[in-house]
Design a protein around this ligand. Structure first.
Ligand code: GAL
Length: 361
C-alpha cells in the first residue's frame, strides 16, 4: 500500500477549522465528481473536535480525486441523527459507506439495509459492534495509543528510580466508542503495576473504565469530574502529580479544572489527536504529551481499501485477530500512533505538514 501517493489536502489545522468548530452544527456537504461515477457516503461523528473535521475533509478530497461522488455528514454526537443520515445515504444508493460511529451498537438496523443493497461498509477509526454487516476496519493501533500514554507518565515521573508515591487520576473516553477500552486498557496495563507497588496512588479510588469514562468524549464533562475529584479528594493540601487523559479535548477540560483550582504548575497530563490548541498547550507546558495519529494517512488507507473492494480485490490488511465486533473478527489495517511532546513536535507535526508553524504563533 502506498498511502502517500495521493495529493492530500493539507492536514493543517488553521483558523478556518477553528471557526468551523466554533459554529459547529449538523451539516450536509455534498460534493460532485465524475470519474467512476460511484458514490460514497461518509458519516462522521462531530464537528466539535477538529480532528473529525480534518478526517472528513481528507476523506472527501481523496475520494473526489478518485472520481467518486461524496456525501459527507456530521451528526453532532447524536447517535440517532447519525443513523438517519446513514439511512438517507442508503436511500441515495451509495456504493460505499465510511462510518466513524457515535454509538458503536446503534447501527445494526441501518447496516442490514445497506447489506441488502450490497453496499460496502468500512468502519472508520471506531469499530462498529454486534453486526455481520461491516466489511473492513481502518484505524490505528488503539492499544498502543494507551501504551504510549501510560509509558509517557511512567517515564515522566521516573518511576523506575523514584519511590513516590505520586498521585494520579484517570480519565477514559466514551463507553459508546469501542476505542475507549482499548486506550484505557493499554494505559492501565502499564500503570497498574505501579499502583499495586504503591508508587502511584489514585486518591479518588476511581480506577474502572465505567468510573473514569467521559460521555461523548466531552471536555466539559471531564472538567466537572475533575472539579469533583479535586474538591473531594485533594482538599487536604495534596496535589495531583499526573493525569491519564485519552484525548486532547478531555485534557483541556482537565487543565481548565486544575487552573480553576489554582494550579500554576500542571501535573503530567497526556492526550491524543495533536489538536492545535493542545499542541500550543504542550509548547507552553500545560499539557505534557499527545498521541499523534495522522488523519491524512487514515483517509488514504480507507480510500485504498475501498478502491480494492470495488475492484473485486482483497484490500491490504495487517490485522486479522484483534477486532472481534461481537459477530466476527473484522479484517483491519492499523496505522502506527506516535507519541509527541515538546521535544519532537516540530519534527512530527510541523515538518510533516500536519500543522502549520504559523498557526502556533
Ligand atoms: C476516538 C478516536 C480518538 C479521539 C476520540 C474523540 O474514537 O480514536 O482519536 O478522536 O475518538 O474524538
Amino acid at each position: 500500500m502506498n498511502v502517500n501517493r495521493r495529493h492530500l489536502m493539507t492536514g493543517t489545522i488553521g483558523a478556518a477549522a477553528v471557526a468551523m468548530i466554533a459554529s459547529a452544527c449538523a451539516s450536509e456537504d455534498e460534493g460532485g465528481g465524475s470519474g467512476s461515477g460511484k458514490k460514497v457516503g461518509i458519516a462522521m461523528p462531530t464537528k466539535t473536535s477538529e480532528r473529525w473535521i480534518l478526517d472528513g475533509d481528507n476523506l472527501k478530497a481523496s475520494f473526489e480525486d478518485e472520481g467518486y461522488e461524496v456525501t459527507l455528514q456530521y451528526a453532532n454526537d447524536v447517535a440517532a441523527d447519525q443513523v438517519s443520515q446513514i439511512e438517507t445515504m442508503v436511500g441515495q444508493n451509495v456504493d460505499v459507506l465510511v462510518i466513524a460511529a457515535i454509538d458503536n451498537k446503534s447501527l445494526s438496523g441501518v447496516l442490514a439495509q445497506a447489506k441488502d443493497q450490497d453496499i460496502t461498509v468500512i468502519a472508520y477509526d471506531r469499530l462498529i459492534l454486534d453486526t455481520p454487516d461491516v466489511d473492513y476496519y481502518a484505524s490505528f493501533d488503539n492499544t498502543k495509543v494507551g501504551t504510549l500514554q501510560g509509558t509517557y507518565l511512567v517515564e515522566a515521573l521516573d518511576l523506575a528510580n523514584q519511590a513516590g508515591p505520586f498521585n494520579i487520576e484517570l480519565f477514559a473516553g466514551a463507553l459508546t466508542d469501542n476505542n475507549a477500552p482499548y486506550f484505557f486498557n493499554g494505559a492501565w496495563a502499564v500503570l497498574e503495576p505501579f499502583v499495586t507497588e504503591g508508587k502511584l496512588v489514585v486518591k479518588s479510588g476511581q480506577t474502572t473504565l465505567e468510573q473514569v469514562a467521559t460521555e461523548n468524549w466531552d471536555g466539559a464533562i471531564a472538567q466537572e469530574r475533575m472539579d469533583n475529584i479535586l474538591s473531594n479528594f485533594y482538599n487536604d493540601g495534596s496535589v495531583v502529580d499526573a493525569v491519564l487523559s485519552p484525548f486532547d479535548g478531555i485534557s483541556r477540560g482537565i487543565i481548565a479544572s486544575l487552573q480553576g483550582s489554582g494550579y500554576t504548575t500542571m501535573p503530567v497530563i497526556t492526550g491524543q489527536d495533536a489538536e492545535l490548541e493542545s499542541v500550543k498547550y504542550i509548547i507552553s507546558g500545560l499539557q505534557a504529551m499527545t498521541v499523534y495519529k495522522d488523519t491524512r494517512l487514515l483517509a488514504d488507507t480507507t480510500v485504498d481499501m475501498v478502491l480494492a473492494v470495488l475492484d473485486g480485490k482483497t484490500p491490504d490488511i495487517n490485522d486479522e485477530d484483534t477486532y472481534d465486533n461481537g459477530d466476527h473478527v473484522i479484517p483491519a489495517f492499523l496505522l502506527e500512533p506516535v507519541s509527541v511532546d515538546v521535544t519532537n513536535y516540530e519534527v512530527e507535526l510541523i515538518d510533516s505538514g500536519y500543522i502549520d508553524a504559523a498557526d502556533l504563533g
